[in-house]
Write a new protein. Structure first.
Length: 296
């Protein structure tokens, strides 16, 4: 069975067509997507060829979503029985499921135990050193290895890009964050139906990122680690301690700062990793933003 793929224009056109099977006129549809006639016709013909839409009765070239059989490889709205694809996801809506996956399966795979992991994209008027020095997500924690006794203290930044904002600017944003971190990643949302049409742009980002030691991870679903693909890993750098300290102080929440400070004290005392990865149960005001199994 062939996996369904859409061009960017086909995707944009399809999501403006009513989900309940009602028809949409050509003029209205073209106005909604802002395409010139030729571009609109190409996108429309592509959707017709893929049996995602059909011509509506009544003339005028109106279109509507196609009714799809259960055996089809096309995703179905089971309430109405019409073809469907997931609409674009706003960047801010990606943060919460990404945080969950980063602090769970992703951290486990890397041997990384988060002390705190936070959404820092919206810090209001807090001074963080400039627009490009503020990442979207930050993870502070420790990394251990199977065959090396060293325990590394890591500050990892993440620049999140939705499917319609993929370009090399993301790499330079991540590079700016890394001046006060140990690793920097770009997280790119690549919906399954757009994986082919996004391949070129993602490839350019990956190539540029590799030249600068920036990591790139693509994902189809932010909360499904099986859909994540590390296209290039981030190179670890030893940023000046004073810059890392200032970054944590400027970007991490007060609760997160307390967790980090407590873990650092424990590590200085030579406590084991597990001891450093426990919050004093008597402190009810400090809550890790990592899941319970990773709570420090």
């Amino acid at each position: 069975m062939t996996k369904l793929q859409l061009s960017a224009d086909e995707y944009r056109l399809f999501i403006v067509i009513p989900e309940d099977g009602k028809s949409l006129g050509n003029v209205t549809a073209r106005s909604k997507v802002g395409f010139a006639k030729g571009r609109y016709r190409t996108a429309k013909d592509g959707l017709l060829d893929k049996h995602l839409i059909v011509r509506a009765r009544g003339g005028g070239g109106a279109i509507k979503r196609a009714a799809v059989a259960e055996s089809s490889d096309i995703e179905i709205d089971h309430v109405n029985g019409f073809a469907t694809v997931k609409p674009p996801v706003a960047e801010s809506k990606l943060y919460t499921p990404l945080l969950k996956t980063l602090s769970g399966s992703w951290g486990e795979d890397r041997g990384f135990t988060p002390i705190t992991i936070e959404d820092v994209a919206n810090l209001g008027r807090r001074e963080t050193g400039g627009k490009w020095t503020r990442p979207d997500l930050v993870a502070v924690g420790v990394t251990v290895f199977d065959f090396v006794p060293t325990v590394l203290f890591d500050v990892i930044t993440f620049e999140v890009k939705p499917a319609d904002q993929v370009n090399v600017v993301a790499v330079y944003e991540a590079l700016s964050h890394r001046r006060a971190a140990t690793h920097a990643f770009v997280l790119i949302h690549v919906p399954s139906v757009l994986s082919d049409s996004m391949k070129k742009n993602v490839g350019i980002v990956v190539k540029t990122a590799a030249e600068h030691g920036i990591g790139v991870i693509t994902f189809a679903e932010p909360d499904d680690y099986e859909s994540w693909n590390t296209r290039v890993d981030a190179v670890r750098v030893d940023s000046p301690a004073e810059q890392v300290n200032s970054f944590v102080q400027s970007n991490i929440s007060l609760d997160g700062q307390r967790l980090v400070a407590d873990a650092v004290k424990r590590l200085r005392r030579g406590d084991s990793l597990l001891q450093a990865a426990e919050v004093d149960s008597s402190d009810d005001d400090v809550v890790s933003s990592a899941p319970a199994e990773f709570r420090l």
